[in-house]
Ligand binder design. Sequence first.
Ligand code: HEM
Length: 217
Amino acid sequence: MPDVISFSAMLRERSSQAHSTSEHAGFMSDLMSGEGTRDDYIALVAQHWYIYEALEWAADRMKHDPVAATFISDKLTRLPALESDLEFLVGPDWRDEIEALPTTRRYVDRIRQVGTMWPGGFVAHHYTRYLGDLSGGLFIGRLMARRFGFETNGIGFYIFEDIADPKAFKDVYREQLDAAPWSDDEKERVVEEVLLAYRLNTELFEDLARAKAETAA
Ligand code: HEM
């Protein structure tokens, strides 16, 4: 009898290369290694604001879809934390100070597109961001806090106050992925959309590096 691999395990396996590429993108690895600056960190927070505004708008659209709704939880909502972080990091006029980079605009367009018409695609984007935030994100937040002397202001995005046990939360999330009533074709489309989400994250790091080089020039 062939081994049967769960959809969540398959998704993780099929995206592990893309994860590694994203994780090791220069802009991100500089931030992690200590070569990135506080301004670099702020530039990333600003792009997150656009992405989560789209993602949480899409979640609101999708909350009545029977499959998508099982993944949506107020405990994950990041937009208010991002807004407090930007207020702290940039100041009260932060909205006038930030601008979406080209990849962010493409990323946001794609999230809004799937958010109006494709629950599986929405789940793909939801999974790529929130499960990442509940995994490496927790570590990134602690590292940025130590590096730039933040306590909670400035890294609120990485603090999930309503999720006491991220591992247990992720286990339930994976069970929900496994229980989603998707055909094999639909599962394949979801995997492809997760790979697209990873590519967009990697390209965003490339945009951030380019924008930094242009400012320095
Ligand atoms: C420096 C950057 C990063 C580090 C250090 C990191 C680290 C990690 C680690 C250690 C895990 C495994 C946790 C576990 O086994 O439960 C993980 C999982 C994950 N990461 Fe990252 N990550 C980074 C960047 C990213 C990026 C940019 C994304 C995409 C936006 C991402 C998305 C994910 C996802 C979706 C998972 C869950 C995979 C699964 O279990 O299905 N990560 N990350």
